[in-house]
Design a protein around this ligand. Structure first.
Ligand SMILES: [Zn+2]
Ligand SMILES: [Zn+2]
Length: 316
């Protein structure tokens, strides 16, 4: 099969089609999408070498299985199912896990991938693949609500109107919160406004304005400090940025202001698919451009530009 391989640089190569183990199935990729995590992998995040890609829509091609012939999206963590964390409901933190296209598991920028069948969720026939491809990042947005009690009366600042920042804002909007989304890039603010969000240029935020909850999805090392500077004492800081380059933060501010900090990563697919299939979250305006799979290295170059939101790869 054809696959995009990362080994310090990206190249499209011919490689053997992966063979599913007993509990796994082979999935033919129809669409994949480039995520910020993929761009960070190029900078050394997780030290990953191999086939990247973890956002996909595909068709199960292994015969005689529950999902054979179905269009699916897939959860990216492959836990052992047996360790202490797995048996206490924290399988996304399993120390023995592999993660699709991120850690020890070949990813979706290829003709085929393998995943455990239990990781896969069939897409409702009414949902377009171009919407369904957002299930994974939308699940990451929903995860905040799995972790923290958010009162509709809370005011919330969301820093970053990139792909994830916009998805998170759309979920906060559904919750009825008084939220504001900030970004220094005028084109991202404009896109967020176009999608009906309460978005502003970062310059409009004055130092005295504070929120009960700040969400950092800037994808930048300085995002944490910025979010902390606008958080009320005893407020909650949600961190969504994962980057190759770590940042030093002043923990004294956390102690003095009694901040609660929540790191937040992968979330549940079922509610995300529910939001998409009921049309409560409509993510398609986030697609900046779709490339054909043979042009994927060009697609990566395009994805690096500051104005780009989602880049889709069409494998058909
Ligand atoms: Zn992602
Ligand atoms: Zn485990």
């Amino acid at each position: 099969m054809k696959a995009l391989f990362f080994d310090g640089s990206l190249s499209l190569t011919e490689t053997p089609t992966p063979r599913p183990k007993e509990h796994e199935v082979l999935v033919r990729i129809l669409f994949s999408a480039i995520c910020n995590t993929d761009l960070e992998i190029l900078k050394g995040y997780m030290g990953f070498k191999g086939i990247p890609g973890h956002e996909f829509v595909g068709e199960v091609v292994t015969t005689g299985r529950r999902l054979t012939g179905r269009l699916v999206v897939g959860e990216i963590n492959c836990p052992c199912g047996e360790c202490y964390l797995c048996s206490t409901g924290r399988s996304t933190h399993c120390p023995n896990r592999s993660v699709l296209g991120i850690y020890n598991h070949s990813g979706a920028f290829a003709d085929y991938l393998v995943l455990p069948e239990k990781n896969l969720h069939p897409i409702p026939p009414t949902l377009s693949p171009a919407s369904a491809i957002f299930t994974e990042p939308l699940a990451a947005a929903v995860e905040i609500f799995e972790q923290i009690r958010i009162k509709p009366s809370n005011n919330v600042f969301i820093f970053g109107a990139g792909k994830l920042g916009i998805l998170i804002s759309l979920v906060f909007r559904l919750n009825g919160c008084d939220y504001r989304t900030f970004d220094p890039n005028p084109s991202k603010v404009e896109k967020a406004l176009e999608m009906g969000l309460n978005a502003f240029h970062l310059n409009s935020l004055v130092p005295s304005e504070m929120a009960e909850m700040c969400v950092d999805c800037t994808g930048k090392p300085e995002g944490i400090s910025m979010a902390m500077a606008h958080l009320n004492p005893r407020g909650c800081l949600v961190l969504k940025t994962t980057i190759a380059e770590p940042e030093k933060i002043d923990l004294n501010q956390v102690v003095i202001n009694e901040f609660c900090i929540a790191g937040s990563r992968c979330g549940p697919f079922a509610p995300a698919l529910n939001l998409l299939s009921k049309g409560l979250v409509k993510p398609e305006p986030l697609i900046t451009r779709t490339f054909k799979f043979p042009d994927i290295t060009e697609a990566f170059e395009f994805a690096k530009s500051a104005d780009t939101l989602k880049v889709l790869i069409d494998h058909s």
